[in-house]
Design a protein around this ligand. Sequence first.
Ligand code: ZN
Length: 344
Amino acid sequence: MKAIVKQSPESGGLVLTDVPTPIPGETQVLVKIKKTAVCGTDIHIYNWDAWAKKTIKTPQIMGHEFVGEVVEVGRQVTNVLPGQLVSGEGHIVCGKCRHCITGHPHLCPHTVGIGVNMDGVFAEYAVIPRENIWVCDETISHDVLSILDPLGNATHTALSFNVLGEDVLITGAGPIGLMSIPIIKRAGARNIVVTDINPTRLEMAKVLGATKVVDVRTEKLTDVVKSLNSMKEGFDIGLEMSGSPAAFTDMVASMANGGKIAILGLLPDNTKTDWNKIIFSSLTLKGIYGRQMYDTWYRMSALLQSGLEADIAKIITHRFDYRDYEEAFELMKSGECGKVILDW
Ligand code: ZN
């Protein structure tokens, strides 16, 4: 089968090559991939940055965002049948630790990432553990079903704190930041202010329902907040989606007392923050990794069925044949896009 592979630590980029079609084990599911989406994680690997060098064992098939059709199941698989349309949770957990057995598998310390710590889904076929299979609603478009993994990140982050009647700041209008806007709107937020330095993405944020967007290269967040007459004391909820220390500094400075911040963006090790503000304003910081299994999956599926699909579809801006993956990756690197889909 064809697959997009990181071949060796020496080789730059990724290659499209022939590899053996995987054979599902007793508890595994063989999926014929229909669509995959390119994640920021894949770009880290494509760029072969410090994180990728430390994390990725080569050779390895990349990718973790997918939708496909089940073509074969192992002998002990009873939760899914050949012919069903499926996506899957990208984090494989141990099923044995304290968090796994007490219903919090998203906190499993032994989590293994599909397409990160093992072969991924940028291929004609992929093998997925039965526990990670999510059977899809066939009325939802394949494009949207291929991005359930990042939509799950957005849903988990956006619903981390109660936003009903609250003012929300989102720093970072990348795909996950954008996806969280219509979710927060549905959850009843009052003002949704979005910051970024990319005009294309800020424009998308506006279309998706942001009250105000702020290009922090030319505008000050504090000035924009002043223009919102309804806001007096700062933001109640912050969603950090950028991984930018400057954005995080801005966020901490503009929170109301008692404000709550969910952090999904990966901030660099040397990020400084105003600890006095965090302590004296009684702020709460919560790190977000992955999705809640499978609470997030149920919620986002229900949201898609009740109208969210139309908003999420707007975030998908480009589609490529998988053979043109390099063009897709270069576009993602440029940031002049929303989600980018590869058709298999
Ligand atoms: Zn575990």
